[in-house]
Design a protein. Structure first.
Length: 579
């Protein structure tokens, strides 16, 4: 009963704080941490113990899955070098740097233990993304921040596991590297397989309730077997989410996608809010434990300050290197684009498609179409890099957005009970997480405005151009010989013509209840409109695959098509007596 009451209380507080924070324009996570601290004033809530496994295995998999299903995969692929560098290389450098610092400042703590606490404070939190998105920061910066927060959790936990294993023993660098590669590889493979299987199963369901229920299982179906095999279950959950993101537009029904967006947004809100609320609720008891053991919090405070400064300095240095390599990439891209616009490059693409697709039985037209798509995709990738260049202001935002959060808090509590100075190290990690949330999170908005990075709104001309392209695709489909009803019969010719000129009368959609012929014509009209929507959606998916339009605009238009289709399907009527 106590657990049930706590669950109701947590959800109520999360919803109330989220509502109020949005009204006063304050970052919700910051208010939730403060609310958690305030709740400990209630005597029965002062000594709540949360098993870190509940967070690592129960909350993070669905939370990361939810985020990854919304991540623009096309942009993620384009910035994978930057994302992988921030989420892997930077985590390793930060862990080693903080590890050395902690071993110097705390004599009882060896280097391996220091690296463990360094791994704990290495992963960033996705809260920066929600703050930046509300300010209109460029989609590229948002994708990099979101991608980093998705993947660096896994790399930090793998490194933490290796560091804990090295406490009191010797572990080879080659062994750690091999373990990391295995952990990521097995996670990516199983996550991909689970994601594909889930999309395949859901595509064969005609009930969005059942389909959504299956989606609730997916993150855990990816996480659990990978963890049993010694891999990173969190990476598996992310991989399954990315596969779902790609496959949903093509294979799932509009109702399934709409239900997914609504349900997973709700789940994400509650889970993320729960983590920050629990952070605040656990902080006071940790402070009391350290005060009892060390008689003062000053030591934990200045150690956290030292670790936090070290984390920021290392991140700033790495981001500076990232900007430098990014500028070099821009120069290489300019030269590469010059080559890929030549006839020689187009011929190269054509020959590659002929060689790789010959066994698939493609005819000449399919080869040309595939070659053109690949060429357009390459050019679009070049344009993305050249148009979305980063400067010093973007770098400053990337540095300051690297705040710590839920994973740091949960990972710190997984340190073995025999770890030297365990309670002190856990409190240091808490202070780093809470301090970065309050200081960096509280000032990120003003900093972004000061840097002039706000107001990256979608160009209206891009939306109008895509709408025009969609309409052309729909009109072409009306002239296609493949245009047939579900039973294989043809549509009435006059209805097709009316659809082309968009002059359907009200009677076409609202027949009399005792008019079977009118009802059939109404159903034909609705089926035609849905068929046109499907053709327009296929065209958008082709554009998304080629990468020739902004992913944000494509997502918005896909959502509009889904809403239109659901509205039409709700109005479909069958011949027979009608009320």
């Amino acid at each position: 009963m106590e657990l049930l009451v706590l669950g109701v209380l947590v959800v109520t507080v999360v919803v109330a704080v989220s509502f109020l924070a949005s009204r006063v324009n304050i970052a919700t996570p910051l208010v939730l941490v403060a609310a958690g601290i305030a709740l400990t004033a209630v005597p029965s809530l002062r000594h709540i113990e949360i098993d870190p496994e509940w967070i690592l295995a129960g909350i993070l998999p669905p939370l990361l899955y939810s985020t990854s299903t919304r991540l623009p995969v096309m942009d993620f692929r384009r910035d994978l070098p930057a994302i992988s560098g921030l989420s892997v290389v930077l985590v390793v450098i930060t862990s080693l740097s903080v590890g050395w610092l902690m071993s110097m400042l705390i004599p009882e703590v060896g280097f391996a233990t220091g690296v463990a606490i360094g791994a704990v404070v290495s992963p960033t939190d996705a809260v920066a993304t929600s703050i930046a998105r509300s300010l209109g920061v460029s989609p590229r910066l948002l994708t990099v921040l979101e991608g980093e927060s998705l993947l660096n959790d896994a790399s930090a936990l793998v490194l933490l596991r290796a560091a804990v294993a090295a406490i009191g023993t010797s572990v080879s660098l080659a062994g750690v590297f091999g373990s990391f590669v295995y952990s990521i590889a097995i996670a990516a493979a199983i996550g991909y397989a689970v994601g594909r299987l889930a999309v395949w199963v859901r595509a064969r369901m005609q009930d969005e309730t059942l389909s959504t229920a299956v989606s609730f299982v997916v993150p855990f179906a990816a996480y659990l077997p990978v963890e049993q095999l010694g891999g990173s279950g969190l990476v598996a959950a992310v991989a399954a989410g990315l596969v779902t993101s790609v496959g949903a537009g093509k294979h799932l029904r509009a109702q399934d996608r709409l239900a997914d967006r609504a349900n997973w947004s709700t789940i994400g809100l509650i889970l993320e809010g729960t983590i920050f609320l629990l952070m605040g609720m656990q902080l006071i008891e940790l402070v009391q434990d350290v005060r009892h053991e060390h008689e003062s919090l000053w030591k934990a405070g200045w150690l956290a300050l030292a670790a936090g400064v070290a984390v920021l300095v290392v991140r700033a240095a790495y981001v500076a290197l990232l900007l430098w390599t990014g500028n070099r990439r821009v120069k290489r891209t300019e030269k590469a684009k010059e080559y890929w616009t030549t006839d020689e490059a187009k011929q190269h693409i054509y020959q590659r498609v002929v060689t790789s697709r010959r066994s698939a039985g493609m005819d000449e037209e399919q080869v040309l179409r595939t070659g053109r798509r690949l060429w357009m995709q390459r050019i679009a990738d070049f344009d993305y890099i050249l148009q979305e260049r980063w400067g010093a202001r973007d770098g400053a935002m990337l540095v300051w957005a690297g705040m710590r959060g839920a994973v740091t808090v949960a990972a710190a509590q997984t340190l073995p009970a025999t770890t030297p100075q365990r309670s002190l190290l856990i409190l240091v990690a808490f202070f780093v997480a809470v301090g970065s949330l309050l200081i960096q999170g509280g000032t990120l908005g003003p900093l972004v405005r000061r840097l002039g990075l706000t107001g990256n709104l979608t160009d209206r001309s891009e939306i109008e151009s895509l709408i025009s392209t969609m309409q052309v695709a729909g009109e072409k489909y009306l002239d296609s010989p493949e245009l047939r009803r579900a039973d294989g019969s043809k549509y009435d010719a006059d209805l097709v013509e009316r659809m082309k000129t968009r002059t359907q009368s009200r009677a076409d959609l609202r027949p009399a209840a005792d008019d079977p012929e009118g009802i059939d014509r109404a159903n034909q009209t609705l089926e035609l409109r849905i068929a046109v929507l499907d053709a327009e959606r296929r065209r958008l998916l082709e554009i998304r695959r080629a990468g020739t339009a902004p992913s944000q605009v494509l997502s918005e238009l896909m959502n509009v098509l889904d809403a239109d289709q659901i509205s039409l399907e709700l109005r479909r009527r069958e011949p027979g007596p009608m009320d």
